[in-house]
Design a protein around this ligand. Sequence first.
Ligand code: GA4
Length: 313
Amino acid sequence: MVVATQVKTISMEKIEDVEIPLIDLSDNRSKVAKLIVKACEEYGFFKVINHGVSHHIIKEMEDESFDFFEKPLSEKEMVGSANPFGYGSKNIGLSGDTGELEYLLLQTNQNSIANTSKFRCVVSSYVEGVRELAYDILELIAKGLGVPHSLFSHLVRHIDSDSLLRLNHYPPVTHSFHRGTLGFGEHSDPQIITLLRSNGVPGLQISLRNGLWLPVSPDPHAFCVNIGDILQAMTNGRFVSVRHRAMANSLRHQSRLSMVFFGAPSPETTITCPPQLLKQNKPIYRTFTWAEYKSHTYAHRLGETRLDHFKIT
Ligand code: GA4
């Protein structure tokens, strides 16, 4: 059973004694910074409330997304099939992975594949809102780690930042034998940070260090935040790029919608652990560029632990 309790700064979601941090961003910043760092070390995952992203913009983005997914297949396909950007159904990425979902994957620098001007406008307001939230969280992380405040945020602020927006639609399963089917298979996110907002339908699960899967209870008022591979590399493994998955929706007649922002650097950015964070330790990963990491990512399967390839042996 999942029990959610709320206290002012941090409340916990509990299952078998495991607690997902729920962090109130309106609280004292030094305290919040420490709580975020702790969550990144323990889980690579936490939820934030009082996040500052306008509820009106979130609602518009959700409405536009549902409108898009309700369109006939032929119309959805008109935006171009995901290669990797565009509309995709069941196929994830380019290496044969599949899942019980349909999605729209958009580059946030150029929303050129969005289909109508209203849609484009809503996407750009939503992206503006979540980007600001990503900068804020990355600056809180820097504060908590005691490094220059823009060390991480300036990577996502870069004009050529490779950040993405993914709209995932998990249609309701109609047959009970489909229960337990994967919507989106186990993986870690390659980027720096991920901000996910979903409607009130469950599905997301995170992998704990002991190998158990913890269902994350849906909370339309919160954003789920997870650490990506790049932040694991830049903290020399101190932060966890959490493995997660989404189960196909087993609540009949209800669709799950997730809207996911992936904060990424520009392709030529060099990824390395800064000396302040290395302290006396040896670097675990060799230096690489985001372009190099991306091309490795796209050449491999979804579930690959791709950072292993960059380990110094
Ligand atoms: C996982 C995180 C993001 O959704 C994504 C995915 C990407 C894709 O769907 O094109 C990938 C996957 C993700 C990692 C491995 C490769 C690439 C599918 C896949 C099999 C957009 C991303 O950046 O990496």
